[in-house]
Write a protein that binds this ligand. Structure first.
Ligand code: ZN
Length: 168
């Protein structure tokens, strides 16, 4: 298991167009494994290669439905409907914002063995895919947020610190 450093908004790597993958190599296989490790470690549900500083058209998604999705050189071919909901990004830690996305999409891509596949996705999975897809083309979701970015709810502390201890 290897964790990679997640680039945060303001890093120019997040604004660049990613290049297609021409063939699988050991380095790319390792990168994909590291992307899953890094995503899980940070409680994310999607991660694009550029977020760990690699400008390749690769992203991974796991929304907790028992699938580890890998998308290489993806193209979203159809979009249908609209849903507005909150999303966040590991490159913009601690914030959420409201974004309108297609409710349903069709996507063509290659898997981790560079075999082509096509799938449909709806709702949260479709949102996660559209978010990661944008990363491959240099876009961070904050560009599309309606209204203000908001602070994400802080995770509950395991042990409450008494007020007196803070003051003391
Ligand atoms: Zn993101």
């Amino acid at each position: 298991m290897a964790l990679r450093e997640i680039r945060v908004e303001g890093d120019p790597v997040l604004t660049k167009e990613c290049k297609p993958v021409a063939k699988m190599t050991d380095r790319i296989t390792e990168l994909i494994g590291d992307m899953f490790d890094t995503m899980y470690e940070n409680n994310g549900c999607g991660l694009a290669a550029c977020q760990v500083g690699v400008l390749r058209q690769i992203f991974v998604v796991d929304i907790g439905d028992d699938h580890e999705y890998v998308f290489i050189n993806p193209i979203i071919t159809e979009k249908e409907g609209e849903v507005t909901d909150d999303e966040g990004c590991l490159s913009v830690p601690g914030y959420v914002g409201s974004v309108t996305r297609a409710q349903k999409i069709k996507i063509k891509a290659y898997d981790e063995e560079l075999k082509p596949f096509e799938m449909e996705a709806e709702d949260f999975l479709a949102r996660a895919i559209q978010h990661e897809y944008d990363h491959l083309h240099g876009h961070v979701y904050t560009e599309f947020v309606q209204g203000e970015l908001r602070k994400a709810a802080a995770p509950e502390e395991e042990e409450a610190v008494p007020a007196s201890a803070e003051e003391g």
